[in-house]
Design a protein around this ligand. Structure first.
Ligand SMILES: [Zn+2]
Length: 364
């Protein structure tokens, strides 16, 4: 845990400078109302961290103003709220200590490096892994949430996580549906995500949603597999067993099932924290930013999740000596690596968040 008695600002001028940048961002974020104020804030738990993701949690505010003041004062590098509403959010422990009232339903898509990635470091990001994260967001929304659950884009909040992922909140405009799903038990949430991950897919009787999804894959990717019979007969197992290319068919089915990298705990855990919308991600310095469904296609985090004031030419820059070899990172169309000696705040935040060995010469 981060010890409040040690004043890390005094011993580390770089930390102090980074905190100033976070503060500058939060001032703006609060003024522009980007910063999420969790609904019914007195029932929500707040958590935050600097060098670790979570230094402290179980923090509670009675009103919006106290919360915003605290965010400004702390200017945390990682900021979270509980998905759960509880009677005693300040209590340490699980749902039984905190007394669970209800819980938001959200998905966390968090992708790994892809084959096309241009970096060697698994912690780095590039347009390809970011594109994959967006692609998975589209699959979740367009192939599951809309057709299988009757939701529309209006019922969803799509948020870029600030790193290699997206958070998709279910926020149905129909109050009754919202109320029902927010009172789902842990077991019901588990069942929901297992359906989406195809974990309970039974090939003896394939339901309409999964039939539609897999048939689409057959048609688009492997039209020569001879899968016409699957359209009429839900007992796929009986058909597959008679096929000579059963392995290829099973490969395609498994591929279709495994397209999403979802963090199951974000759906299941009763007391799960999720990154606050409108904060910055402490590893990248990028904004945790809400995106409208219709803008998702053109959204490019390496441009649009960069706080513009941290990337203005000639406005503010740092003179640095970077002491380790780095993969390229392209921010707003400009590519940076260890060879750069003058860098904007946006890149400094990314390097600091990745714990890069460097000297910053123009800070006191
Ligand atoms: Zn990548």
């Amino acid at each position: 845990m981060f010890n409040e008695n040690i004043n890390i600002e005094e011993i580390n001028p770089l930390f102090n400078e980074i905190k100033k940048l976070y503060r500058q961002y939060f001032e703006y974020s609060i003024k522009r109302k980007w910063l999420e104020v969790p609904a019914d804030i007195q029932y929500r738990e707040i958590g935050y961290g600097y060098l670790k993701k979570v230094d402290d949690r179980n923090i509670v505010f009675n009103n919006e103003m106290d919360y915003k003041k605290w965010v400004l004062k702390k200017s945390p590098f990682h900021l979270y709220k509980s998905l759960t509403y509880t009677e005693l959010p300040e209590k340490k422990g699980g749902a039984s200590q905190k007394r669970l009232i209800k819980r938001e339903i959200a998905f966390d898509i968090d992708v790994h490096m892809t084959k096309r990635c241009t970096h060697k470091d698994e912690g780095w990001i590039c347009e390809h892994c970011l594109e994959e994260a967006k692609n998975q967001t589209h699959i979740l929304i367009d192939e599951f949430l809309i057709p299988d659950f009757g939701l529309s884009p209006k019922d969803l909040r799509i948020v870029f996580s600030g790193n290699r992922g997206y958070h998709i909140y279910l926020n149905p405009t129909d109050e009754e549906i919202k109320n029902t799903i927010e009172h789902w038990s842990r077991y019901q949430r588990r069942y929901f995500i297992e359906y989406i991950l195809g974990k309970n897919l039974n090939l003896n009787i394939v339901g309409s949603g999964w039939r539609r999804r897999i048939l689409k894959q057959f048609k688009e990717k492997t039209p020569k597999l001879g899968t016409k019979q699957f359209e009429k007969n839900p007992n796929w197992k009986a058909i597959i067993d008679k096929k000579s290319n059963a392995n290829k068919i099973m490969d395609r089915i498994n591929y279709t099932k495994n397209r999403l990298e979802l963090d199951e705990k974000v759906m299941e855990d009763d007391i799960r924290l999720l990154r606050t919308i409108g904060s910055l991600h402490g590893y990248t310095g990028f904004m945790v930013k809400e995106i409208k469904y219709h803008s998702l296609e053109v959204f490019n985090p390496l441009n649009h999740a960069v706080f513009s004031k941290f990337h203005k030419k000639y406005e503010k820059y740092y003179v640095v000596k970077i002491n380790q070899k780095l993969d390229d990172l392209t921010i707003n169309g400009e590519t940076y690596n260890h060879k750069n000696t003058e860098i904007p705040p946006s890149y400094l935040l990314f390097l600091f968040g990745h714990n890069i060995d460097m000297e910053v010469k123009n800070i006191q």
